[in-house]
Every structure is written in structure tokens, then in C-alpha cells.
Design a protein around this ligand. Structure first.
Ligand code: NI
Ligand code: MN
Length: 224
């Protein structure tokens, strides 16, 4: 599966012949200035929660692509009020889309939308497509609920590592144990002063823990 990183938690994964864009936030990410937002045309946009650094480019990218949005029911209702089609889900529920299955899972965080609307609860996703299983944690603390994924045989976990607003690297390493996955894409770091990390130090920690950590550059594609 090809995955392209656009900074913060925004990553596009090609799965089941479709492009799935997670948590679009590019225009106002000071690190993503070189990305041409108008060139991003996903088939689906998956939104983990309502914060600006996850929905900043949701409306514009949806409008230019016609993508269907997959998100929690409250955010789906908020989008419906703006005439944007969304597939509302809730924690613990799964649905079979044309590219594969999506299960919405728990995240420990908060979720007001930029205009103050109620974004429901924050969430993560497990994607089942092309014979692979990918966990997109969203913004979350380390939580024992992650152990519910231990028997899924996940291929990759996309985890926040920036600390302050979410797990930092040490808890993300524990999360790898909880979800039983050694392959990690680290996200949600460096975009703001509060989440600046020392990448070399973080890489070393993951290596010491026997984990395969990828930190793609913004605009870089990797294979999952
Ligand atoms: Ni957040
Ligand atoms: Mn965030």
C-alpha cells in the first residue's frame, strides 16, 4: 500500500483501489508549505476528531475532490449542515466500504470543532483492505483499550509521537506493545513548538525497543 505523508496527522493511503486521506491539515501547517493542496483528490477523507489540525483542509479538499467523508456521527451531522456528504459511524462500529472495511475505535482526547460545535468523541480507525490491517490511532493518550487490537495482527500502526497534546514517544512504544504491532509510522510532531521532537533520539528509542519506526518527510511516499 502506498502512503504519502502531508504533515501533522495527514496521510493518504491507497487501499482497495481508492485514495484514503486522513485528517487533512496542510494549508496552515507551517511545515507543509511545499504541498500543493489543490492537487490532492482523495476518494475518501477519514476524520479522527474535530480539532483544527485535523480538519483544517477538510472542506476545501472535499469540495475539490467530491470525496466521501468517514467520521463520527456528530462531525457527519456538522458536515451535513454544510451540504457535505459524510458517512457517520461511532466507536466500536465497523462498515464495509467499496475499498475495504473500516472500524472506528476509541481514542482518549477531546474533539470540539473549530467553530465550537460538538465534534462528538475522538476516534481512531482500523482499516482492512488489500489483505492488510492498518491502525490509525488519531490523537490519543496511551490507553488499555489499545489491547483490544492485540489479536488483529496489525501490519502497521500510525501513532502520534509528539507529546503534549497526545502520546509522546515513550507511550507510543508502549502502545506498540498494547496493539501488538512492530511497524509504526510516527505522526503529530514538529508542526508547533509544543510538539517539537528530537527525531534522532526518538528513532533510537524505537530501535532499542525492537520496533520499525518510519518518519517520512512531508510529501514523501512510503510502502505500508
Ligand atoms: Ni486533537
Ligand atoms: Mn491534533
Amino acid at each position: 500500500m502506498k502512503a504519502t505523508y502531508y504533515g501533522q496527522s495527514c496521510i493518504e493511503i491507497e487501499a482497495g483501489g481508492k485514495k484514503l486521506l486522513f485528517d487533512p491539515f496542510i494549508t496552515h501547517n507551517p511545515l507543509a508549505k511545499d504541498i500543493d493542496v489543490t492537487s490532492i483528490k482523495p476518494d475518501y477523507i477519514l476524520v479522527s476528531h474535530g480539532h483544527g489540525d485535523h480538519v483544517g483542509d477538510l472542506i476545501n479538499i472535499q469540495k475539490q475532490s467530491g470525496a466521501k467523508v468517514i467520521c463520527i456521527a456528530e462531525i457527519a451531522n456538522w458536515l451535513g449542515g454544510q451540504n457535505i456528504e459524510a458517512h457517520g459511524m461511532n466507536i466500536g462500529g465497523g462498515f464495509n466500504f467499496d475499498f475495504g472495511r473500516v472500524k472506528m475505535v476509541n481514542a482518549i482526547h477531546s474533539s470540539a470543532l473549530p467553530d465550537g460545535s460538538n465534534g462528538g468523541n475522538p476516534a481512531g480507525f482500523v482499516i482492512y483492505a488489500d489483505g492488510k490491517k492498518i491502525y490509525f490511532a488519531g490523537d490519543t493518550a496511551l490507553t488499555y483499550d489499545m489491547k483490544l487490537l492485540a489479536d488483529e495482527n496489525l501490519d502497521w500502526a500510525i501513532l502520534p509521537i509528539g507529546d503534549n497534546y497526545t502520546m509522546g514517544a515513550d507511550d507510543a512504544i508502549k502502545a506498540c506493545d498494547f496493539v501488538n504491532c512492530k511497524n509504526v509510522v510516527g505522526v503529530h510532531y514538529d508542526s508547533f513548538p509544543a510538539i517539537k521532537i528530537d527525531k534522532d533520539e526518538v528513532r533510537e528509542k524505537f530501535v532499542k525497543a525492537g520496533l520499525n519506526l518510519k518518519l517520512p518527510a512531508i510529501g514523501e511516499s512510503i510502502n505500508l
